[in-house]
Every structure is written in structure tokens, then in C-alpha cells.
Design a protein around this ligand. Sequence first.
Ligand code: ARG
Ligand code: ZN
Length: 882
Amino acid sequence: MNGQNFQPIRLIDYRPPEFLIDELLLTFRLKQRGTLVQASSMIRRNPSADRRNGPLRLCGEQLQLVELRLDDRRISLQDVCVTDWELIIENVPDVFKLQITTRVDPEDNTALSGLYRSSAIYCTQCEAEGFRRITYFLDRPDVLARYTTRIEAPQEECPVLLANGNLVAAGEMDDGFHFAEWQDPFPKPSYLFALVAGDLVKIEDEFVTASGRRVTLQIYVHERNRNKCKHAMVSLKKAMRWDEQVYGREYDLDQYMIVAVDDFNMGAMENKGLNLFNAKYVLADPRSATDQDYLAIEGVIAHEYFHNWTGNRITCRDWFQLSLKEGLTVFRDQQFSADMNSAAVQRIEDVRLLRQFQFREDAGPMAHPVRPDQYLEINNFYTVTIYNKGAEVIRMLHTLLGPETFRRGMDLYFQRHDGQAVTCDDFVAALADAADRDLTRFKHWYVQAGTPRLTVTEQWDERHCTYVVTVAQATPATPGQPDKLPLHLPLLVGLLGSDGGDLAARVSCPYERRGNDLLLELKEVQQDFVFREVPEKPVLSFLRGFSAPVIVNPFQSREEAAFVMQHDSDLFNRWDAAFSLAEAVILECLAKLVAAETMELDPVYLEAIHYLVGHPTDDRSLTALALQLPAENHLLQALKQIDPVALHEARRFVKQELAGRLADGLLNLYHDNEPSATYRLTGDQVGRRSLRAVCLDYLVLLGEEQQDLLELCAHQYRQGGTMTEKIGALSALAQVPGALRDEIFDHFENQWRSDPLVMDKWFALQAASPAADTYDRVKKLLDHPAFSLKNPNKVRSLLGVFGQNHVHFHHESGRGYRLLADRICQLDPLNPQLAARLMQPFVTWRRYTKDRRQLMEQILQEIGGQAGISRDVYEIVSKSLA
Ligand code: ARG
Ligand code: ZN
């Protein structure tokens, strides 16, 4: 394999920086090729460094060094050492000024890290290590400097010039250039630097903070998108108000800017005062964006805004602490979305994502703790573990401490560490101090990878009216961590009586009550929880609200699960009961299929779903969620050896069977829930649209015999006034190849070919389709004029989604593997970060049937053998093969 010389970065090697930079003046003279960057820094030796006489070592990549001056004297470039990743200057004084001029070519920057151009806009992405692609610098988050940024650019091409902070000067220059100077009063690490220049329009609004300061809010987009920013602006104002009300945090600059760009590796970026967004998370109108898009925009806008306190004012000491800001900020944005919309729906969506993607990561060769201790390429660690398991860890602290104490802990954290770069330990220490609790064992969550499994056993003593729940925990071994410590976790539970009511208030037990729930704290490998004066044998409602990110081994009968599904006061657990029931039923069918027995639908399950269809709750989104079967990505985790085709067939059988048996009920649900003609983003309306989409998704499977059901789909597509309804119809139809499907997909393409975000949906629906012709279509779509390897949204919609299409990606011939692998090798030299993300479906290759295993292993070796392989892809390949 190539790339063996990449060196891992280790947490134990962390040392404070030898130098500090307090002040930085940046001047950009922008050109598509040959942008000149002058960086003038005030540098001094760090009094608390381990070493006080070493050379100055600055990070730098893909730079052309033009000139160097130390205390205004020019240094010959012969007297310094320049490597592919560093500039080393020997014998520097203790305090000095350094001026560096570098040259970069934004137009050729396809990696989308550093300074690049996207749809004629100059923009930057510096997290994690992009700033070193702009100038030589101490590009690490524990070096905080005050930035002044001067941008010079052709006025015609770039009427708008933006950087962090406040505008302090602007004016015209010679030869059609103009300039703007921005000053950011808050010291910040280089990863929060941002610059934007281009032809953009701005949408403006105002926010008055709790203490009465006026903040100007601006969203910058291309002229053609001017009318698609309203929802983002409303979301921003909601987020600002919420952070004041719930966390007592106010915004701290006079201006807050958001810029939407078309080419972006991630979702968005929290640069101080100047957020950069993937256009997907800003632009929306009902005609072109779905309800899901609207909700995602609200969540991401809030996420980036919340970073201002959790990430910017208090930042990370090093990148091992990434979850300090990401886990905490995801937790905050989840809380926000739960408050703005349906809390139960939000929780279900968050848990679905965690189970499908994080549990899968945690069980494979890329498993890592929330605070990793080693990496090759930090960009590979912007993971569901750091983000979403990290958020679960914060949520557990919130549950253990209770909301008031948690808030006091947060206040203490802000008070202690404002303006600092700190660690996850510092964060937990603030909470522990405020709560006056010992959280030592809890901290294992930060250092231990793997998803714990809980085993639950119940004992009912009728004579003494005593009920005992025994819970045992075990975390499986993960790479580099063969032995696991027990964790401290909160278990919220309820006891249901035979009438379905909560018994918790009536029983005697030493556990803290939280509303309807009891809080059990598991700290040992195994513990008994005893409840006395229990009037009858209860049905246990375990792990309410998914109070800990664990897998619970099934312990209830299907009848009990159906009971929880109907009666639990915890809406999350109602859904979860439906989900685990469906999981058990599908896996049972799969076992039959593999054993060549006839598959049958379990009558208990059928009855439970029948009841659900006949008695939908007021929160229609909840009913819609309960009707959806677990994704293949989730189901396969329970299998010893994965045969993706058999799994798909078993799941499809259950779906088809439900459709057939419940057709009348589903059709009634469909007709009873027509949304209003004018678009509104209320729970009621969103619920109607999603419930109808689920109904269609089942009903269309009966289309072969009942043509009118296909017509129902077509009718919704043609008459539906919103993108949500159109996508609902399209995604149902995508399952049934035929003339009608083709006609409608073609119609959609013709209508939307010039809207890239809508075309992403069109690509994704085809790449996700189980229909037999998917491989051929995807292959053809790679040459579609709207597709481009250079645009990450396109790559994710077509190739990323195809990699998650289990039947087709894992086709026994290996053609699916080949298709993806070829594109990864093509993409790696252009955008290694994105190429590495596409590797994900190969990572768990060892879990598949023998023939597939062999094919994937070969492919991994082939990718690993590429000349010039990036550190990003190399890390994924080598860890997968290890
Ligand atoms: N901090 C950003 C966010 O979560 C993510 C940016 C990461 N970008 C990257 N290239 N690794 O909001
Ligand atoms: Zn973030």
C-alpha cells in the first residue's frame, strides 16, 4: 500500500505552543490565480511553553512563499527552511513582527479548503486546517489572535467584500480595484477566519438583544436566490432569542452575516460573525424545498449561531477536543428544534440517525471515542461519533443533573473559560463543580469507543408486591480497546399498569422522579433496581426518550411491545416499541428466507399496526414515523453475516404484506389528511404531508394490480403545490419501474434542470431506488450535464446515496463496488476530504458474505495502491484493512 509514511498525531504529544501570536493584519489582493496574501503578525515566545529557545515553525501547505520580513528587515528565503508543510525560521528574538507574503490560486483549489472560488464567489473554509493553505501560521486552535483583514479586489467582479468582525474602512483604488477593511475585536483561532468576495445581494433584518443592543442580520446570496432567504432569517432570529432565554447567552458583535455558497464540503461553518453555509441549508421556498429541508435549515442555522458561545467564545485546545464544541452544539441545536417543533418527533429523528450511522461506525474499524486519542487526518474525524454520540453524552449529563443544575454548570463553564481554548475535561469539571457531584466514572464515555449493550431481566414477586429490574452492561471490544470499563448512565423508566397508566407515582422506591419517569443510575457492570408496593405486574417502559446511547437486548414479548406502543405516556417509547417490533419481525422473516421457509407476517405486529392506522394520534408525524420500517442500514447491524439482497427481500416482503393487508386503512388515512392549499410549516401540516407520503410509499407497491394507486401518486405529483408533496410522490414511484415513473421523472428533470438544489433530490431519488435498473441509471447520470465531481452536493446525492443503496451497491458481480471505487480514485486528487467520505460503505466489508467480502477487500487494496493517495483516503483504507 502507498502512504505508509503518514505519521499519526497523538493526544499524549500535545504541548502548549512555543510561540503566541496576539495580533494579525491580513491583506488580500484577490485574483483568480495569483492572489497575494500579506500576513503581518506580532509574535512572542509563550511564557508557559516547555521550551524557550526553539526555532519558529509555522504550518503551510500549497503555498508559494514570495517574501519574508522580520521586524521590517527582509530575510533571504535561502536562510529559512521551507518544506511541503512547514516554514522554519531559526534564531528569532523573543518578541518580533513577522511579515509573510504568499501567493495562492483560488481558481485551482478543488479541495474547497483554504481560499477557493465557488460560482464566481471567493470564499474560505479554514476548519480544521485550511488557514495554512492561505498563509504560514500557527494553525492550531490554542493560538488566539486579534484579526484585521483588508481585502482588495476588482470592484466589478466583487462588489461585496466581507470578513470577520466590523467594517472599519472601505474605498476605491486604482485600476478598478476597491478595498474593505474588517476588524474582529474578539481573539480567535485561525480556523474561525473567513473572507468572502463576489457579486452577491444581501437580505437584511435586525435583532434587538435582551439587553437592548441592535444587531444587523444579513444573508448574502446570488441575485437569483434573493427570495429564498426568509425562512433562514426567521430561523436565525428564533435561535438568537432561544439562546438568550434558555442559556442566557447574547450575541456579541454589531453584525451577523451568513453567506450561501454552492460548493461546500460540509453543512456550514461558524466563522466569527461571518458564517459560511452550504446553499442547501439557507435557500428555501415551498415550491423548491421540502418540509425536511425547512427543518434542516432551521437546525443548521441554529447550530452555527450557537457555536458563537460553544466553539468561538470558548474554543478547543486541540482537535482531539472537537466534541467539546460539536457534541455540545449539536445537543443545543437538538434542544432548540425540539422546542420549536414536536419534541417527540425531533427525538425520534435524532435517534434514528444515531442508530443507523453512529452505531454502525462504533461497531466497525473506524470506531473511535468521543474524544479520540489519535488520528492521521483530522478531517476524517468530523464524524457521527464526535457530533451525535457527543451530543448524547451531553444529553446524559443534562438528564443526570436535571435541567436547573445543568444550566448552573453551563453558566460556570462560560464564566470560567470565556476567551479560552479548553478541553472536554474542563467542561465536565465545570458541570461537576456546579452540581457538586463526582463524574469520574461518567468520563469513561469520552475515552471509550463502542456501543454498550444492556441486558434487562425482570422479576415480579406477587406475594410481596415487589418488582426487581436487573440491568447489566457490556461494551464490545473496538480497535485498540480490547477491554472496556463500566459506564455511568441514566436510565429513565416508567412502569405501566394493565390499564396503560403510569404506576410510578404509586410505587415505593429510592429513585429520583422526573415527571412521569423514574431516573435509575447504572454505574456497575450489573445492578438491581427494586420497586416495592407495586400493585400489579407492570409492563416496563425502559430507556424512555432514549436516555442513553445504548443497544438494549430485546427482553419483552411482542405482546408487551404492542402494549407499550399503544399506551406509553412517553411518545418516544411508543415509537420505539413499533420500531423494535418491526425489527424483530423483519429479522424473523429474513431467517425464514435464508432457511428457504415461507415468510409470514407476525399477527401480533399486524394487529398493532392495524390499530395504529385506525387510530392515528394528533401528532400525525408520529404516526408516520411509527409506520416506517427500520432502514436496512439499521437492520444489518443485527446480522452476523450480511446478505444485503436477502435482507432487502425480507424487508420488502413485510412492507408489501402490510400494504396488502392494510390497504383500505392506508387509503383512508391518505384521503383524510389532505394538507391545505397554502403552504404552512406547522406541525399539523407537516404531519399531514409526511403521513400521506408514507401511505403512498406502501400503496404504490400494490400498483401492479391496482393501477389507480399509481395514478394516485401521479395525481399528487401533478396537483401538489409543494415540493414536499412532489417528492413524496416521486420517492414512492421510484420503487416501481415503468412508463409512469419514467414520464414523471422526466417531467421533473425538465422543470428543474436549472435549479441545482432540486436536481440533487432528483439524483438522490434515483440513486436510492430499489428498482432493477438503478445501476444503469446511476451510471448514465454520472454523465448528466447537471452532475459534477467538483460539487460536493452532487457527489453526495448520486455517489454517496448509491453507496447506501444496499441491494445495488452490493450487487454480487461487484459492479457497484467498481463504480464507486473508480470515482473515489478520480476524486481523491481533487478533493480528498470528500473522497474519504465516499469510502464509508467499504469500511464494514468484513461483515458481508464471503464473495462480497473478497470483492471489497480487493477494491480496498486497489484504492490503497493508488499513487499519490491522500492522507484522508489512506487512513480509511488502512484502518479498514487492519
Ligand atoms: N464546524 C462546522 C460545523 O459543525 C463543520 C466544519 C468542518 N469542516 C471541515 N472541513 N472539516 O458546524
Ligand atoms: Zn458544528
